[in-house]
Design a protein around this ligand. Sequence first.
Ligand code: ATP
Length: 316
Amino acid sequence: LTRLYTPLTALANVRVDVMTALVSFERVFEVLDLKPMITEKPDARAVPDGGVSVEFSDVRFSYPAAEKFSLASLEDVSTLDGRGGDEVLHGISFRAEPGQMVALVGSSGAGKSTIASLLPRLYDADSGAVRLSDVDVRDLSFESIRSAVGVVTQDGHLFHDTIRANLEYARPGAGEDEIWDALERSRLAELVRSLPDGLDTLVGERGYRLSGGERQRLTIARLLLAQSRVIVLDEATAHLDSESEAAVGEALTHALAGRTALVIAHRLSTVRAADQILVIEAGRVVEHGTHEELLAAGGRYAELYHTQFAEEPAAA
Ligand code: ATP
């Protein structure tokens, strides 16, 4: 919901900025000439049944002007041109078959999160297409995208509530068996059993303090319960000890099995397991292959591997 309101709030800010800057009315209209909001077609269809393929076909994208304005200080307003912001994706193409895992790696600001946000249609491409099972996301219903594509971000958004409530959120009406099965597979069952209140233990600020690794595994348990056929995952960067690292890696492998996944990867175990790694730099795919292939190629991935991934424990 916050997302829906962001452009409006941004717009209000822009207006104030613009008025304060006493620019001409013509300029106001230019500023208000924003990209259309994301809309659902009247004849929108559902994601076809079965495993889901993911395809980006020559996708170009710039953030809507309002988003850029919202970051702009008063001085910056004078440099804005009323059109979209600068292009951040310059022709991204790849395809993941049902069940495959694609890992995105690359420097900060390269465009990984932007690519990930186009899949659940938080934004639309300026040109090119994003497709789920060969259907353009612009032809799909919001509800069907929401139920097919699960998005898991770094902090996992645990609620200050019981472990049970945090899990049921992923699948309302989940049975006790399913919950324990998810906890088992995310390597958390033992911990939950040892807590005096078990599943009814409160977590969060005033409750039981989960460690970084435990929080991640609880998020993964949620992922296991949610029946999303596609997972968009931003792996946490939190530094874990090697035991937790291995447990999280194992839990993730279970959670992603059989689903199509787009992962912003921060773990060696993930890039190793990925069917394809896309190296993103400055809004382009600069390299593409498996861990072994890219390492042997000795290019940008090999460089990233030595700086970003190699220090991690090689386990999992
Ligand atoms: P990181 O690893 O740091 O998360 P990233 O590879 O995910 O980086 P993105 O967050 O996709 O990179 O950013 C790509 C570019 O888009 C950057 O130049 C960034 O400043 C810009 N950008 C990201 N989000 C927005 C936004 N909401 N509005 C305007 N520009 C944005």
